[in-house]
Design a binder for this molecule. Structure first.
Ligand code: NAP
Length: 294
């Protein structure tokens, strides 16, 4: 058996095309959806993520306000800026690229964002709304995973979903969302304290790897026919590659192909969906604020 490889790029493209149409409709009403993107410092990975987000916004007919601040920026200064952006009606979403320099409290900064503009879905209000199954912004990577799963010809209700990783931005929200009443999966959440990870993974109809450990999940840990979603993006040294490294997921792709029913590649799986979901959230924020103000 060889798994069907899920084309995350194509799925993301479809969503981006839909966002573009709705953004054009908003522009017709005189509203240009705009995301403020704040980057503190010059971390090369963060610079490249921010660049990709801004490019995607432009392609979708939306705008970004690019705010680059020096590494030495104080927490107070950043909080004051967020306050201004919260009050600015031309700004519909606010994204603070993480990680922040160590002298700035990430929690404090995220909590300062107006939840109506919290398109990353990291604000405690957004997290609480998610857990309580109330409306609010959902975090982009988990939302992207769910969107991919919903496209597959499998029934989530009653399925056993195993999530490997319990970070606040990926694993925990995914586990929460999968067991919502409208999705109805049965969820097991694994982490470094999990006894016999392989056995837990082999029970999964849906296996989601978000551990940040290249090749952690081998084919032998996968139930025959399972849907395998690989969130991991890990740089592994590869002297043959131009940049000296290549990207590898948390799943050992070759051996997993032989066991899984569906599998996402890395790159080209979950990554493109994360950006598509961000665009969708920015658009939604703009639509909601337009309705609120109009
Ligand atoms: P993180 O904050 O480092 O969390 C990793 C989680 O995995 C932790 O809960 C950790 O357990 C668990 N874990 C690590 N090694 C494990 C092992 N051997 N067995 C079981 N559990 C293990 O990472 P993250 O931010 O969630 O990111 C996870 C991966 O997804 C990374 O590769 C990241 O680059 C990638 N990512 C991709 C996207 C995308 O758009 N494609 C977005 C975000 C993240 P403990 O809690 O016990 O330490």
């Amino acid at each position: 058996m060889s798994a069907i490889v899920i084309d995350g790029k194509a799925a993301a493209q479809k969503i981006r095309a839909g966002v573009k149409v709705r953004a054009a409709a908003l522009r017709e009403k005189g509203v240009l959806p705009c995301l403020a993107v704040i980057l503190v410092g010059e971390d090369p990975a963060s610079l490249s993520y921010v660049g990709a987000k801004e490019k995607a916004l432009t392609e979708a007919g939306m705008a970004s306000r690019d705010i680059r601040l020096p590494q030495s920026t104080g927490e107070g200064e950043l909080l004051a800026l967020i306050g201004q952006l919260n009050r600015d009606p031309a700004i519909h979403g606010i994204l603070v690229q993480l990680p922040l320099p160590a002298h700035i409290g990430e929690d404090t900064v995220i909590a300062a964002i107006d939840p109506a503009k919290d398109v990353d879905g990291f604000h405690p209000f957004s997290v609480g709304s998610m857990v309580l199954e109330r409306p609010g912004f959902l975090p982009c990577t988990p939302l992207g995973v769910l969107t991919l799963l919903r496209e597959l010809p499998l029934t989530l209700a009653g399925a056993h979903a195993v999530v490997v990783g319990r970070s606040n931005i990926v694993g925990k929200p995914l586990a929460n969302l999968l067991c919502r009443r409208d999705l109805n999966a049965t969820v097991t959440l694994c982490h470094t304290g999990t006894r016999d990870l392989a056995a837990r993974c082999r029970e999964a109809d849906i296996l989601i790897a978000a551990a940040g450990k290249p090749g952690l999940i081998s084919g032998g840990m996968i139930k025959e026919g399972a849907a395998v979603i690989d969130v991991g993006v890990n740089r592994v040294a590869d002297p043959a590659a131009k940049k000296g490294f290549r990207l590898r997921g948390d799943v050992d792709f070759e051996s997993a192909l032989e066991r899984a029913g569906w599998i996402t590649p890395v790159p080209g799986g979950v990554g493109p969906m994360t950006i598509a979901m961000l665009l969708q959230n920015v658009l939604r924020a703009a639509e909601q604020q337009e309705q609120g103000h109009g």
